[in-house]
Design a protein around this ligand. Sequence first.
Ligand code: BES
Ligand code: MN
Ligand code: ZN
Length: 519
Amino acid sequence: MTALTLSTTGAATLRADALVVGVAKGTGSKPGALVLAPGSEAVDKAFDGKLAAVLETLGATGAEGELTKLPAASGLKAPVVVAVGLGPVPDKEDAYDAEALRRAAGTAARALTGSKKAGFALPAASVEDAAAVAEGALLGAYAFTAYQGGENKLAPKDAKSQGNGPKLPLAEVALLGAKPRDKAYKAAVERALALVEEINRARDLINTPPNDLYPESFAAVATAAGKEHGIKVQVLDEKALAKGGYGGLLGVGQGSTHGPRLVKLAYTHPKAEKTLALVGKGITYDSGGISLKPAGHNETMKCDMSGAAAVFAAVVTAARLRLKVNVTGWLALAENMPSGNATRPGDVLRMYSGKTVEVLNTDAEGRLVLADALTRASEEKPDAIVDVATLTGAMVLALGNRTFGVMANDDAFRTSIHEIAEEVGEPSWPMPLPADLRKGMESPTADIANMGERMGGGLVAGLFLQEFVGEGIAWAHLDIAGPAFHEGAPYGYTPKGGTGSAVRTLVRLAERTADGDLG
Ligand code: BES
Ligand code: MN
Ligand code: ZN
């Protein structure tokens, strides 16, 4: 992955391919004027104090997402300057919003794809600012190239050396203006590195095609990571699942030649006072099963394990940061395929909890695998459970492609999650669990059906899950169907494909729990 260093030299003497500065849109007394953000002073000096004027002449306005490249002035060791827009100047001039910094750093890092090293001269006067710049730059410096530029019998022998292979992400981010010997800065940088490395690993898992990533291979990745980071990993294969009576996981997985798995990852801290359980939907491919999805709805369904990828990344990050909290991750892994062995609409499954479910639509499979994992997680009586899932198209209709829905059996917990998500720069919105929607799931044959009313489909799914959570345990459900996978053009630090949605929220939740901030 991209390296991150705290530069000990100033911007003028840094040897790098480019220097990144921030520009903002003037407000108040300077409406419309281009304003250089703090951190850019040394670069501006090399331009005789005329950098803002030069950039304005080039058409820069400071708008968010805007990027201007220009040759550097003599006096700078780096040959290129990259100016990124931060949006309007904040009320207090040096208090730039962390998310604006993250996005700007990400935009710059993406524009520097193929470069070796860039100096980031963005605001870094506070540890929070430096951390945001570090996170954004590292998140932006991501590319999924595992399946590109390999052996090609028709390509000329030296195609790669001619630069025909995939372009690699920016190799080194040097943060300028941060205090390299200050403990707080060092800790923030270490945190950013661990966090983003795991987010990028989650993105890799999401982007990996489903012919290579299936329950067994995902479980193997988790087992290897567990060994590396001192996390206890247990894998239940289909035999063990049958013995344990995991009817939900088995019912969803039985149509595939790749059997289901339930993976438990346990990170423990000797002085932990709380235990947090995280449950992830891990459908490595969702074809819909016998209720097959139509063409146009299944091309991106390798992303249906994004919840499990987020949970996996969060547990590993918690372990790497040695957080004083126990974090248990449950990955509910299955491939939803149609076949002669597949569950049919009309079949009844006996779940791990003992409850029976009439499967009316085999495409409502996420709630079935999650139900078993939620019951199993509840048995260990954690202080709280959070599940993460690309659960419903209805949530995408409700909240769009960038915002996840938060449901919970406890209003205060739901509010906390929403606030934590906001704090780390992940858009979310609290959603209700209206009790009247339960009747739509009544089944004449079983205890409950896996489908209810179409209207409010995201909330119906939440109500279904709630029935499999142990009595008295605080539980929240994040439906990340919208933001998990980005199909449009990249923006800020968000690439095309898997985004790593919810990892930052889960990690901050674990940190807050470790600090005793939450109930
Ligand atoms: N994996 C899908 C939900 C989804 C949709 C994720 C779009 C990402 C983007 C889920 O398993 C599903 O198919 N849900 C159905 C439920 C319905 C059959 C009750 C849906 O939302 O249509
Ligand atoms: Mn489905
Ligand atoms: Zn699904």
